[in-house]
Ligand binder design. Structure first.
Ligand code: CAA
Length: 257
């Protein structure tokens, strides 16, 4: 598949997607959004890929939805084109997706990073939801995902008063998993993804699903999901191999079965 607005490559067992609209600070137009999810879904199906990284460039991860593309849109057009529903495709990705963020992660760019499973940020990363400054609000999950991560008050400030978070703040508040010098953020994200790609695939999938349930349900329901994901793993070859390898003091050889 040939894309124009994203670049794709496989490094080791890691599928890498790079936003490729530097002239527009990697703003998501319809083409880039479609290509992003097509690429992620293709990597999700690819047996040679164990985990994914999505990145932009040093200056901008992504500056949000393309304002020029939607400036004249009516509500009817926004609804019929499913403008914000399209972002939900990230929820269907089964393998782990890491956002490698440097520079601006604004609006939909911040929301997309929050929709990934982990964030590795450069020291120059800045996270914000500036939609209020153009007369709208976040539409791709920002109000909900930020509130769950940061609590109400800071989210209010970000969404209502365009407060941006520095990389250090993102780390402090649990939004970023780690913050590293700009020269290293992509390599570190790929190395983290490679590490995850080397783990038992079915267990990784069940773990991701169970953690995500914590954001969707009550504790009782979430604990049920965890048990529903835990028990079936005892029917896998990888569980037998993993526990045998521990006892035999050797490295496990995962089969993904
Ligand atoms: N949409 C379209 N074009 C954008 C863009 C966006 N979101 N962000 C930047 N660009 C374009 C600029 O228009 C400019 O293009 P021209 O050279 O043709 O004028 C180019 O990218 C470079 O941008 P700047 O000159 O503004 O660069 P800067 O370094 O001075 O500022 C910035 C960088 C702070 C990211 C600034 O561009 C900016 O504030 N961008 C808009 C951020 C924003 O409001 N995002 C929210 C979008 S709405 C949304 O995302 C809704 C949702 O929930 C899904």
């Amino acid at each position: 598949m040939t894309y124009t607005s994203v670049l794709t490559e496989i490094r080791g067992r890691v599928g890498l997607v790079t936003f490729n609209r530097p002239q527009a600070m990697n703003a998501f137009n319809a083409v880039m959004l479609g290509e992003l999810f097509d690429a992620l879904e293709a990597f999700d199906r690819d047996e040679n890929v164990g985990a994914m990284v999505v990145t932009g460039n040093e200056k901008a991860f992504a500056a949000g939805a393309d304002i020029k593309e939607m400036a004249e849109a009516s509500p009817f057009e926004m609804i019929t084109q499913g403008r914000v529903e399209k972002w939900d495709r990230i929820r269907g990705i089964k393998k782990v997706v890491i956002a490698a963020v440097s520079g601006w992660a604004l609006g939909g760019g911040c929301e997309f990073a929050l929709s990934c499973d982990m964030i590795v940020a450069s020291e120059t990363a800045k996270f914000g939801q500036p939609e209020i400054t153009i007369g709208v609000i976040p539409g791709a999950g920002g109000t909900q995902r930020l509130a769950r991560l940061l609590g109400k008050n800071l989210t209010m400030e970000m969404v209502i008063n365009n407060r941006t978070l520095t990389a250090a703040e993102a780390l402090q508040f649990g939004l970023a998993n780690r913050v590293v010098p700009v020269e290293r953020y992509l390599d570190d994200a790929v190395a983290l993804a490679e590490e995850i790609a080397g783990r038992a695939p079915l267990a990784v999938h069940m773990a991701k699903d169970a953690v995500n349930a914590a954001f969707e349900t009550t504790l009782t329901e979430g604990l049920k999901t965890e048990k529903r994901n835990f028990y079936p793993l005892f029917s896998t070859e990888d569980q037998k191999e993993g526990m045998k390898a521990f006892i035999e003091k050797r490295k496990a050889n995962w089969k993904g079965k």
